[in-house]
Design a protein around this ligand. Structure first.
Ligand code: HEM
Length: 405
């Protein structure tokens, strides 16, 4: 990385973006420098292309909701690439109204599946799943890997409950999900994704004959009164997995690290479990899973923050750094479980913000409550500096989280 003190936007070359971090609890150091310089700054991506990075909270909100920003590009082959992962570039060509319409449709169908009532109904199931995983951790003995035994399996189990995957098939489903998102093995990931899609299509067929109280059955019921196709239905179901798996795993891991390194906060939650709600918001604000953010592309020239983003330029919204924007969050690096308001951008913002945010919140609230209750002496088995971010992933997260109790 360039010497941070000499980052100069007037120099011939913009600074080189590097996603490596020494501290899993901190943002990328270059991003802080860029944030102090202005809301929108130009960088070179690890692939040598140029891109704009947005680190100011308000500017991200303005641009995310701006019609002139999208995920498509006029010439996808020549577009700047930001990340190694498949989603590290554009997803099609400009002006793809059809794609936008399909996206809106998908959101309309899914929104009802995540109603507060449905989330409340899932609560006891999430508690039971979490308790069993904590039993497994305890049985494995201290020190144990919380990532492997709790954070990694829980979100898939919850998605299985949400979709209505039969218990006996959960293991197969979990293995396929893991393989499908393995960025270190592209060919394996693609074939696992296909298998998962086929599995889901088969499950939909079976549910059609025997509906139950789950999201797949609800979507099937929607088909009676709408033109929702089978393909769309299966795509939505697998989309929930893509959206709700590694995102949640990373927040369980990093939230645990934040809680055990802030013992006063952990003690306060043990004494007053209601505080977990604010703690989860603060975990969401401060957890920096690494990996990257989905790149966007300017669909027209945009004047903003003293620069001109030209049509076709890549734009990266760095929500992690914006979550520490001192203009919005006083004492931004402080882990303050009573912080209010806490308008973090960890679930995105605007038209493609997270559909599963209510579920993600419930999962985190349950896990941290039970974890802190069950293990009063919970601590890290290694220093924070030895925790490593998973390589080759879009969404990052830790590769292991050894804990003692
Ligand atoms: C703490 C956990 C989670 C975090 C931090 C998170 C974060 C996000 C973010 C930032 C986006 C927006 C991406 C963008 O704008 O490009 C998103 C979208 C999405 N998330 Fe989540 N998510 C979490 C949990 C979940 C869960 C549990 C589910 C469902 C089971 C889910 C389903 C989705 C879906 C379907 C989208 C796509 C929405 C769209 O394209 O309109 N997420 N999530």
């Amino acid at each position: 990385m360039d010497n941070l003190n000499t980052v100069d936007q007037n120099a011939d070359l913009p600074p080189q973006l590097d996603f490596e971090r020494d501290d899993v609890l901190d943002v990328i150091p270059l991003m802080r420098v860029l944030q102090a310089q202005g809301p929108v700054r130009k960088v070179r991506t690890p692939f040598g292309s140029e891109a704009w990075v947005v680190t100011h909270h308000q500017t991200i909100r303005d641009l995310v909701t701006d019609e002139r920003i999208g995920r498509t590009h006029p010439d996808p082959e020549s577009a700047a690439r930001i990340f190694a992962a498949a989603l590290g570039g554009p997803i099609g060509s400009f002006d793809d109204e059809q794609m936008k319409r399909a996206h809106l449709r998908m959101r309309r169908f899914l929104a009802g599946m995540f109603s507060p009532g449905r989330m409340r109904a899932l609560y006891p199931m999430i508690e039971a799943r979490t308790s069993t995983l904590l039993d497994n951790l305890e049985a494995a003995g201290s020190p144990g890997d919380l990532h492997e035994l709790v954070s990694w399996p829980l979100p898939v189990l919850v998605i299985c409950d949400l979709l209505g995957v039969p218990d006996l098939e959960i293991e197969t489903f979990s293995e396929l999900s893991e393989a499908a998102l393995d960025m270190a093995n592209w060919a394996g990931a693609a074939s696992a994704w296909q298998e998962l899609t086929d599995y889901m299509a088969g499950l939909v067929d079976r549910k059609r004959g025997a509906p139950a109280d789950d999201v797949l059955s609800l979507l099937i019921a929607e088909q009676a009164t709408s033109d929702l196709t089978d393909d769309e239905l299966v795509q939505m179901a697998t989309g929930l997995l893509a959206g709700g798996f590694e995102t949640t795993v990373a927040r369980i891991d990093l939230g645990t690290v934040l809680l055990v390194t802030n013992p006063d906060a952990a003690g306060a939650i043990r004494a007053d479990p209601g505080l977990v709600v604010g703690a989860v918001e603060e975990v969401l604000r401060l957890a920096v899973p690494g990996g990257g953010a989905l790149p966007r592309y300017a669909q027209a020239d945009i004047e903003i923050g003293g620069v001109t983003i030209a049509r076709g330029d890549a734009v990266v919204f760095d929500a992690n750094t914006a979550n520490r924007d001192p203009a919005v969050f006083p004492d931004p690096d402080r882990f303050d479980i009573t912080r209010a308001p806490n308008p973090h951008l960890s679930f995105g913002y605007g038209p493609s913000s997270c559909i599963g945010s209510a579920l993600g919140r419930v999962e985190l609230q349950v896990v941290f409550t039970l974890l802190l209750q069950r293990f009063p002496d919970l601590g890290l088995a290694v220093p924070v500096s030895e925790l490593a971010v998973r390589p080759n992933t879009l969404l990052g997260g830790l590769s292991a989280l050894p804990v003692t109790w």
